[in-house]
Design a protein around this ligand. Sequence first.
Ligand code: CTP
Length: 398
Amino acid sequence: MLKGKHIVLGITGGIAAYKSVTLLRLLVKKGAEVQVVITPAGKEFITPVTLSALSGKPVICDFFTANTGQWNSHVDIGLWADAMVIAPATACTIAKMANGVADNMLVTTYLSAKAPVFVAPAMDLDMMAHPSTRRNIDTLRSYGNHIIEPVEGELASHLVGKGRMEEPERIVEILDNFFSTPQPLKGKKILVTAGPTYERIDPVRFIGNFSTGKMGYAIADEAARMGAEVTVVSGPVSIKPDEASVKVIRVESARQMCDQCTALFPDSDIAIMCAAVADYAPAEPHTSKIKREKSEVPVITLVKNPDIAATLGQAKHSGQIVVGFALETDNERENALDKLARKNLDMIVLNSLRDHNAGFGTDTNKITIITADGSDTDFPLKSKPEVAKDILNAITAL
Ligand code: CTP
């Protein structure tokens, strides 16, 4: 998949720069066209002659070529790139990238690049663990850059820990995978609900459930990788999407989730209802804490929450797809088919709590996909990201 791709390889001043030679060699062998941009400190570790001989192009370091006065256009290089890979990325360059400090050709090119950027940090373990480095890396991630985390092992300092740049073979594999991921959902807007809802009893207590949001967030991430514009309406969870492009709207109750979904749905192509929505909420939540000593055993009167999937199922117009989930403990197929029809869904994803390692909080799931036109497919136990791919492929087929 790298054949003919334009790759800008950014090299900074770290000892791992010697591995960039192998990385360059592997990229060229795969058929990529590589333009090396190196920082002044990078040149202290690896000579431009080696890099230009392997890439077949002059190595760019300065804004101007000293002997000719020729201007090296960071804008043109940034626009030429199909991907930019900064390997190794030192703590200093990462900090400059996070803060837009454009004082060298590499950071300036990074700021101009429209293509996806991959950053492979390499540094000593304490520098890597420092809160400022972690914060800068998180900032780069939030900009949508792909961080290729360093691995554990012996470092140039002879200390052992996390800080070794990922091996060139693995970096090439990551790039290859990136370019080979098909984008069948490009141009589609997808709404995903995820996590539990909390229904307040009083300011400190709620009715909720064991959902962790893992399945919904895995679907959101995978849909983004397949090119979709994704919004997650999420109940209270402790996780975040991996993909920076995924937008998250946080809500607490079923009512709030319903309001957000009904507002977003008219502009969505696909709605995937993965949240474990509480069916009932206390009719009159107490505004102050219910006290044990002062009160009788409280009786909590419940009222029905709106059925979000059914609301969207009724509202959908031709071309829109609504997908539901059915997490069942018994009469699984019968209940799933009933929900598919009752909520006017196009597809339902059935999973059973009777299956070991499936359902709430696990990293795996075992599903059956049933569509409104009668197809019915069982899948084996898989990781939630793999399950997300199966669900999205089934939606794409619809
Ligand atoms: N759902 C929803 N709003 C609700 C309840 C459920 O959007 N108030 C959605 C879920 O996100 C899921 C599907 O409907 O996609 C089925 O959820 P489930 O809780 O299994 O269905 P219920 O209709 O609540 O049926 P029951 O709890 O009786 O099994």
